[in-house]
Design a protein around this ligand. Structure first.
Ligand SMILES: N[C@@H](CCC(=O)N[C@@H](CS)C(=O)NCC(=O)O)C(=O)O
Length: 307
């Protein structure tokens, strides 16, 4: 198999979700450091416009969104599995809940307390306003602290309930996809504000669990330059894909479509439909720097329309 290349930056909590999974699998992988704001000139030839962090590349196959990145990692590196046997749906459902419900308030807890003005310039504020579709206003963020801290506490308390029978991880004795997902917001609070920053000071079971997650490490990482990753894509051919002809969308192989996240960073990516399953939509696109690449997205949370 071609190398796993992760395009990410150190402070990204969604990237940490993938890095800890690479640790769990003790995988060897290559790392490309990308900017935390647009422009991302070395990422765009690969994704065709998708701008979120992280992105996973394997040869000329580009995987967007951690929902799909984690499934693909598990398919390619199956041991130990991220999906406990017979509980795959449960692990994925908890992951969606964490990503869509806990991440936002946890980011609020961090952003309302770090010195935004000192740490980030105007470019960051402008970028995050465009990214989220609403004005990135440090004053408003600071005022929201009590509310987002309460929400984070209440939601993490539900996660804590899963650990209340003394199990080590959310679905049992071994860590799985759901644990990697929950580690994303918990790690973000810890890495920015401290290991037991509120509301974690009220949740010792979550802190103890986070220490077990941290111990998984991040696998064997080798840093490479973005240009090297682009050369890899150029030299490779995308893997095989197939379009499910009975898909309820009615979309057909060879059709030109666009794929857009339904929440943040809503930049449409256009290409030719070459793969469609209940879990993923794959489009073929071409770029002068990398030649033909196939960009894969999850179905849930993405708007797919003919273009
Ligand atoms: N649903 C996406 C969310 C990714 C996301 O929101 N990532 C943040 C960083 S943690 C981001 O893209 N921020 C803007 C940027 O990096 O340009 C996923 O699961 O990958």
């Amino acid at each position: 198999m071609a190398d796993v290349i992760l395009h990410h930056y150190a402070a990204s909590p969604f990237a940490e979700k993938v890095r800890v999974a690479l640790g769990l699998k003790q995988a060897a992988w290559k790392s490309v450091d990308i900017p935390n704001v647009m422009p991302k000139p070395d990422l765009m030839p690969l994704t065709g416009g998708y701008r979120k962090t992280p992105v996973m590349q394997i040869g000329a196959d580009i995987y967007c969104d951690t929902q799909l990145i984690m499934l693909e990692l598990d398919r390619r590196l199956p041991t130990p599995s991220l999906l406990p046997k017979g509980r795959e749906g449960e692990a994925r459902a908890i992951t969606m809940w964490v990503d869509r419900n806990i991440f936002g308030p946890a980011v609020g807890v961090v952003m309302s307390q770090i010195p935004i003005e000192g740490r980030f310039g105007e470019a960051f504020k402008k970028d995050r306003s465009e990214f989220s579709g609403r004005n990135f206003d440090p004053e408003r963020l600071r005022a929201a602290l009590p509310m987002v801290r309460d929400q984070t506490y209440a939601l993490l308390f539900i996660a804590r309930a899963m650990l209340s029978d003394g199990r080590k991880f959310l679905l049992g004795a071994e860590p799985c996809l759901a644990d990697c997902a929950l580690y994303n917001p918990v790690w973000f609070i810890q890495s920015q504000l401290g290991e037991t920053a509120a509301p974690l000071d009220q949740l010792p079971e979550i802190v103890a669990w986070s220490q077990r997650m941290k111990a998984l490490g991040a696998g064997k990482r080798t840093d490479i330059k973005a240009s090297e990753a682009l050369d890899v894509a150029k030299a490779a051919k995308p893997g095989d894909t197939a379009v499910d002809s009975g898909d309820p969308s009615g979309l057909k192989a060879g059709q030109k479509i666009s794929v857009t996240p339904d929440d943040t960073g809503r930049v449409p990516v256009e290409g030719i439909l070459v793969g469609l399953t209940p879990d993923r939509v794959s489009i073929l696109r071409s770029d002068p720097r990398v030649g033909d690449v196939v960009v894969h997205f999850p179905r849930a949370g993405f708007v797919v329309v003919p273009s």
